[in-house]
Design a protein around this ligand. Structure first.
Ligand code: GLU
Length: 425
């Protein structure tokens, strides 16, 4: 791992920022003269740490730590979600913001990369407390967000309602309704059709493209998915619709297997209703660790970072890994999977469907003219397939992994913009 040149984080080889730095190091040999600018990728442009105090329902005052990191804005305003999770740290948000920079450039959206988060367990808050945390955080980061500067969106444990509160708080503070300040909003507030399912849909589209090139037939293919939120459940549902069998599902409540393949609409309805998959009648519960031993053709990590460790990479039976989550594979595991002939479609292209439809939402908000769901899905498909084709060709040309190929395509775009703009002041 390259040593971090920053004094304020201390990454390890498997931590999110350490993982990101290794990924950047691997692309530098393919950047030609642009390598001169590569240090820019290893430093966030700006990182804001904020205190988020709220009065709890019981009258006590609680303080939470919040962050907004703008990694790079060479190609346009910052773009990226906001995560509410008890394990959120500055280092994690930095890595997530950097992955947004790479992701937006990989699909050629006119954005830089940013990310935010609050170190809080939202499941322990009442609705009233959640709203207060959201509004105070939005006011604090209001210094640097805006429809033309940095546009938040949903991520882990945040949703349309939270985006509505963010949009309202920003709008009340600035004196005018600014729907374009966040994406992933409810439809009535300038949200876009297709946004909720977009990330999962993009995972399916890139997975379909990869499977076709590998000669892997989706009909009858065995799929295992870790994480059953917006990304994992939708991707699994689309694979099931294409004839695949979803044989293993893991979420925060546990792991279920079903050798015949789950009835996806039923499992999704159950999980939505019960807040998790555990207790679903047509599945056998297994140990969480045994998830990695399940025989499958396609594995979709769609939960948190660092899940595919070196040890797990040695036993994964899938031929194709689709990174629905951000940063699920540590660098050593990446190498093991490559040696074992497992194709990994990396997060920075695999889960780019979400931010792509966020871009559509933002464009629709500015033009105040809204597209049909079919138009959204067709445009999404076109962008994802085009980006995947381009990246695949880059990988073939240099005989490099799809991850390094994606970084090569994306970092070239970012650093050309950097060079053309020049250093100022
Ligand atoms: N949080 C999502 C991601 O990691 C979406 C970000 C966005 O739509 O801006 O890509």
């Amino acid at each position: 791992m390259s040593k971090s040149s920053l004094s304020y984080v201390h990454p390890s080889p498997t931590s999110p920022w350490g993982t990101y730095l290794s990924q950047v190091d691997r692309v530098i040999p393919y950047l030609g003269h642009l390598a001169r600018w590569s240090e820019t990728l290893k430093r966030p442009k700006r990182a804001l740490i904020v205190d988020v105090p709220i009065e709890m329902d019981n009258g006590t005052i609680a303080h939470y730590e919040g962050y907004r990191v703008q990694h790079n804005m060479s190609r346009g305003p910052g773009k990226g979600g906001v995560r509410f999770h008890p394990d959120v740290t500055l280092e994690e948000v930095m890595a997530l913001s950097a992955w947004m920079t790479v992701k937006c450039a990989a699909v050629n959206l006119p954005y830089g990369g940013a990310k935010g988060g609050i170190r809080v367990d939202p499941k322990k808050l009442s609705r009233n407390e959640l709203e207060k945390v959201t509004r105070r955080y939005t006011s604090e980061i209001g210094l640097i967000i805006g429809p033309h500067s940095d546009i938040p969106a949903p991520d882990v444990n945040t949703n349309g309602q939270i985006m509505a509160w963010m949009m309202d708080t920003y709008s009340m503070n600035t004196g005018a309704t600014a729907t374009g300040v966040v994406t992933g909003k409810p439809i009535h507030l300038g949200g876009s059709l297709g946004r909720v399912k977009a990330t999962g849909r993009g995972v399916f589209v890139t997975g379909r493209e990869a499977a076709r090139r590998m000669g892997l037939d989706l009909r009858g293919a065995r799929v295992a998915v870790q994480g059953f939120g917006n990304v994992g459940s939708v991707a699994a549902e689309l694979f099931a619709e294409a004839g695949a069998k979803v044989v293993a599902v893991q979420d925060h409540t546990g792991t279920l297997v079903n050798d015949k393949g789950f009835d996806m609409p039923a499992l999704m309805a159950f999980s939505k209703d019960q807040g998790g998959i555990m207790g679903f009648k047509d599945g056998e519960q297994i140990d969480n660790d045994a998830f990695w031993d399940v025989k499958c053709d396609i594995l979709i990590p769609a939960a948190l970072e660092g899940q595919i460790t070196a040890e797990r990479a040695r036993k994964i039976s899938a031929r194709l890994v689709l990174e629905g989550a951000n940063g699920p594979t540590v660098p050593e595991a990446d190498d093991i999977l490559a040696e074992r002939g497992v194709l990994v479609v990396p997060d920075v292209i695999c889960n780019a469907g979400g931010v792509t439809v966020s871009y559509f939402e933002w464009v629709q908000d500015f033009s105040s003219f809204f597209w049909t769901e079919d138009e959204i899905n067709q445009r999404l498909d076109r962008i994802m397939v085009g980006a995947f084709d381009h990246i695949w060709a880059k990988g073939e040309q240099h005989k490099i992994s799809l991850r390094t190929a994606t970084y090569a395509v994306a970092c070239e775009r970012i650093l050309i913009a950097r060079e053309e703009r020049g250093l100022y002041p």
